[in-house]
Design a protein around this ligand. Structure first.
Ligand SMILES: Nc1ncnc2c1ncn2[C@@H]1O[C@H](COP(=O)(O)OP(=O)(O)OP(=O)(O)O)[C@@H](O)[C@H]1O
Ligand SMILES: [Mg+2]
Length: 496
């Protein structure tokens, strides 16, 4: 919903304290000013550098930099037949003073009688507890496609600057998620560098912008499904879900998958290949780094990151090793920050109606809060077990070829190996110029070093997760409990 629509609704409903979170104050102010003109509302804008200004008047109405005077000034704008709006720019900076907090609370209450509205315009939402009930927070959305196109048309000055047809669509795909200011910069830079607006130049700039946020990274690797042996069921499930028509209907839109599995079985590799396979950009959301020292701004950051993810739809959003970031949710050691972060993420996962396919990986589901994996949160929870013989064969083929090794040489005993170990063995054989059997001496399989946790993981997944290899539910057969659905080959010393 556009900022002016939201504002107009809240002002009509007499919400007299409004907090607009925006990174682009000029744009937000232009929208607010237009709304006020259309409705014949009075408008004043205050910031510390310019004092109080009435749009349309050249001289400031009051050049004072006193924030208290600014708050009080709104009553002078009030009139019986219209509403008056005072925009306080970057006012979060002043909210550590008790006088200002009190004056704001009082003014917001008075506003209900004389239809005066306080609008705080700020890039962050930092509302003191005393004022929390007085403000509603509105988001200034990132520009939509048509706005990005308008900006491109504004920047292009010569024939040939603007791409045509499909190329224009690619440019708009690339620019999605940028602010107006960033998009303008990206287009201009592309014209300076290449003589026209090109998608690759925008992508490049966008990767940098995302990196700056510290949370999101654009994955630009060229991995594909054919570089992964096996995982047939997972591959076809995700492809079917994402290639279906009718994604415009939010009810039918795919949500994503949770991948649980033994370390080194290709969870991260799969997630990275999915975007390229379905022609969507992949955004890596690093929630682990959120939990760093900047605890206070964590929730803020994730909200911002999720907004960018939404704006980049259709895309793939990849969260690697979620349990590491979310494992503190039940503990009180971090004063509830993880829990709030987790809540924000879960709410988004449930409610977002953008076409974002979320893929989360996890090695230890017992560390995740149970509500994370409940049905309907994801389209499927898949378990990636140690590869079976046939799958191993495919993985050997992939890496023997990749590392340019002799295909017919003797293979080491690989019963307990994961894909990562097969890859490591081939890499070492190539690096040290050794036969595979000799290189294998340096490979210690995780199923042996961490036998207990692997065993626990398999038992947990049995009956609860879908198998990544075969259609249906994963079943880890141990003796009598063996269920149909997966033929299990246990370690067999003679099987080589
Ligand atoms: N089925 C497979 N086919 C081809 N390569 C594989 C397969 N499984 C794993 N690999 C390779 O092993 C390496 C490690 O895989 P990856 O990082 O995806 O494992 P993971 O399941 O994410 O492990 P972890 O849980 O430790 O993060 C990658 O280089 C990947 O390509
Ligand atoms: Mg991984």
């Amino acid at each position: 919903m556009s900022l002016s629509t939201q504002l107009s609704e809240y002002i009509s409903a007499a919400f007299t304290g409004l907090w607009i979170q925006s990174h682009e104050h000029d744009d937000a102010l232009t929208e607010i000013a237009k709304l006020c003109r259309d409705n014949k509302w009075r408008l004043a804008v205050w910031d510390i550098a310019s004092g109080l200004q009435i749009p349309g008047q050249n001289a400031p109405a009051d050049a004072s930099s006193d924030p208290l005077a600014a708050i009080r000034s709104i009553n002078a704008l009030a009139s019986a037949d219209s509403s008056a709006i005072l925009v306080l720019t970057n006012f979060h900076r002043f909210l550590n003073s008790p006088e200002i907090v009190q004056a704001l609370a009082k003014q917001i209450s008075t506003g209900k009688q004389n239809r005066t509205f306080i609008v705080v315009l700020s890039a962050v939402v930092q509302i003191p507890t005393e004022l929390e009930k007085h403000f509603v927070v509105l988001d200034h959305d990132l520009p939509a496609r048509d706005q990005l196109e308008q900006i491109a048309r504004g920047v292009a000055t010569e024939d040939g600057d603007l791409p045509q047809g499909d190329d224009m669509n690619m440019v708009l795909d690339a620019a999605a998620g940028l602010t107006r200011y960033e998009a303008e910069g990206a287009y201009s830079l592309s014209i300076v560098r290449h003589g026209n607006i090109r998608p690759d130049a925008i992508w490049e700039l966008k990767s940098q912008t995302l990196k700056k946020s510290g949370l999101l990274q654009l994955h630009r690797g060229g991995e594909r499904f054919d570089g992964l042996g096996g995982l047939q069921s997972l591959k076809s499930f995700t492809l079917r879900a994402m290639r279906r028509q009718g994604h415009r209907d939010p009810l039918r839109r795919p949500r994503g998958v949770l991948l649980l599995g033994v370390p080194g079985t290709g969870k991260s590799a799969f997630a990275k290949a999915l975007g390229a396979e379905t022609g969507r950009p992949t955004l890596i959301l690093d929630i682990g780094s959120l939990m760093g020292s900047l605890v206070g701004s964590t929730e803020q950051n994730i909200r911002q990151a999720l907004k960018i993810v939404d704006a980049m739809a259709p895309c793939v959003c990849f969260l690697d090793e979620v349990e590491k970031a979310l494992s503190g949710v039940n503990s009180s050691g971090d004063s509830g920050v993880s829990a709030r972060l987790f809540g924000t993420f879960l709410t988004w996962l449930n409610d977002h109606d953008s076409d974002v396919f979320t893929i989360c990986t996890c090695n230890d589901i017992s560390k995740l809060p149970p509500e994370f994996s409940r049905a309907e949160r994801f389209d499927g929870v898949f378990f990636l077990d140690l590869p079976e013989r046939e799958q191993k064969q495919k993985i050997w083929d992939i890496y023997l070829k990749l590392f340019d090794l002799e295909a017919n040489q003797a293979r080491p005993k690989d019963d307990q190996w994961t894909g990562a170990e097969i890859r490591a063995c081939c890499r070492l054989a190539a690096l040290l110029d050794l036969p595979l059997t000799a290189a294998a001496q340096n490979v210690v399989p995780v199923a042996v070093t961490a036998a207990e946790s692997v065993e626990r993981l398999r038992s947990w997944a049995s009956g609860r997760c879908l198998s990544a290899d075969q259609p249906g539910i994963y079943s880890y057969g141990t003796g009598l409990q063996s269920k149909p659905g997966r033929k299990l080959r246990r370690a067999d010393p003679s099987n080589n």
